[in-house]
Design a protein around this ligand. Structure first.
Ligand code: SAH
Length: 362
């Protein structure tokens, strides 16, 4: 049979259709990743010595035999998308694929301290994903204070977490996983930021993942976490970290330095200025070591225009966080709120992947 090529005009149309199909099906990629996490496939491969065939994975995750062909199709997606790798192909149509972990799925193994599964579980939770179905509709609403999150769930995010203990646990554990992973890198890459201080107030610090990492790396720093009462009530006991229930918009207890890890991106400029002003009241002057340490995204920092994955992840996160009225800021936008809150100087250290450390001085 002779193979005919489409005309260049038709080929261009088919390429355009492919582009739309590819973008439309992106969420299947996310859901395939979610199912791998739900099924603990990375653990299954890891516990099997780092490589496993399909029946071996199925046995480990206690999957019914009838689902084997479906698991094969899931693994086909997850290997093409780089979550898992194929170590060995079957020969002559016989035998089994042997699957292995990749650098990405190494971070989904639950027995390591770098396990990011709880964070991905949070990001892919129905509570976070379902509002985005209504994004187009939300744009048409004129009420400026109705967030996409509230339009879907009827409450703002923090009230929702305060009333839904199951989701609060998923949220707080997700944040702890993010903190454990990133703070390890932060203390190694820019530990000098914490060397000179003797006390740290981790404002809106959640269950204290960041504080615990800092306290472990710098035992001379007394770390405290300030967060909402429902979060503090769930805080772990028996750590070196103190937990204080309070409201950062009211007041912040005094310390040499304040840490704001992944807090300001949740809020609009006016709220950020309010929080930063309260931080300034809590710390000593610059010559006495006072500073605010922010871990957040500086859009455009730490990357070149050509690093598409980095750039795309930053702007995707910005659109994501818009669902609670949050925003990811570029340097100029950071500068505006930092100076408006009365600080005199800042330094951006882009050492945390798509996020940066911003040290702010009174
Ligand atoms: N800094 C933590 C948690 C970030 S999530 C981390 O990176 O792991 C944002 C946190 O802000 C949540 O724990 C939430 O409970 C807290 N928060 C929200 N409103 C607050 C308020 N008014 N006062 C103190 N904490 C607040």
């Amino acid at each position: 049979m002779e193979l005919s090529q489409p005309s260049s005009k038709n080929q261009a149309l088919l390429d355009a259709q492919l582009e739309l199909w590819h973008q439309t099906l992106c969420y299947i990629k996310s859901m395939a990743l979610k199912s791998a996490i739900d099924l603990r496939i990375a653990d299954a491969i890891h516990d099997h010595g780092g490589t496993a065939t399909l029946p071996q994975i199925a046995t480990k995750i206690m999957l019914h035999q009838s689902k084997l062909p479906c698991l094969r199709r899931l693994m086909r997606v997850l290997t093409i998308t780089g979550v898992f790798s194929i170590i060995e192909h079957p020969t002559d149509g016989a035998g089994e694929h042997v699957y292995g972990l990749t650098p990405a799925s190494n971070l989904l193994v639950s027995s390591t301290s770098m396990n990011l599964s709880p964070f991905m579980t949070l990001m892919l939770d129905r509570v976070f994903v379902s509002p985005f179905h209504g994004l187009g509709e939300w744009f048409e609403h004129e009420l400026p204070n109705l967030t996409l999150f509230k339009m879907e769930h009827g409450h703002n995010a923090w009230d929702f977490a305060g009333h839904d203990a199951k989701f609060a646990k998923i949220f707080d554990n997700g944040m702890v996983a993010d903190s454990s992973f990133n703070m390890d890198i932060v203390v190694k890459e820019c530990g000098d930021v914490f060397q000179s201080i003797s006390s740290l107030m981790d404002v809106a610090g959640g269950l204290g993942g960041a504080s615990q990492a800092i306290s472990k790396a710098f035992p001379h720093v007394k770390c405290s976490v300030l967060d909402l009462p429902h979060v503090v009530a769930a805080a772990p006991a028996g750590t070196d970290v103190d937990y204080i229930a309070g409201d950062m918009f009211e007041s912040i207890p005094p310390a040499d330095a304040v840490l704001l890890k992944w807090v300001l991106h949740d809020w609009g400029d006016a709220e950020c200025v309010k929080i930063l002003r309260n931080c300034k009241k809590a710390i000593p002057p610059r010559d006495a070591g006072g500073k605010v340490i922010i871990l957040d995204m500086v859009v455009g920092a730490g990357t070149s225009e050509s690093d598409l994955k980095h750039r795309e992840t930053q702007v995707l996160f910005d659109l994501f966080i818009m669902f609670i009225d949050g925003t990811e800021r570029d340097e100029q936008e950071w500068k505006k709120i930092i100076f408006e809150a009365g600080f005199s100087d800042y330094k951006i250290i882009p050492v945390v992947g798509v996020r940066s450390i911003i040290v702010v001085y009174p």
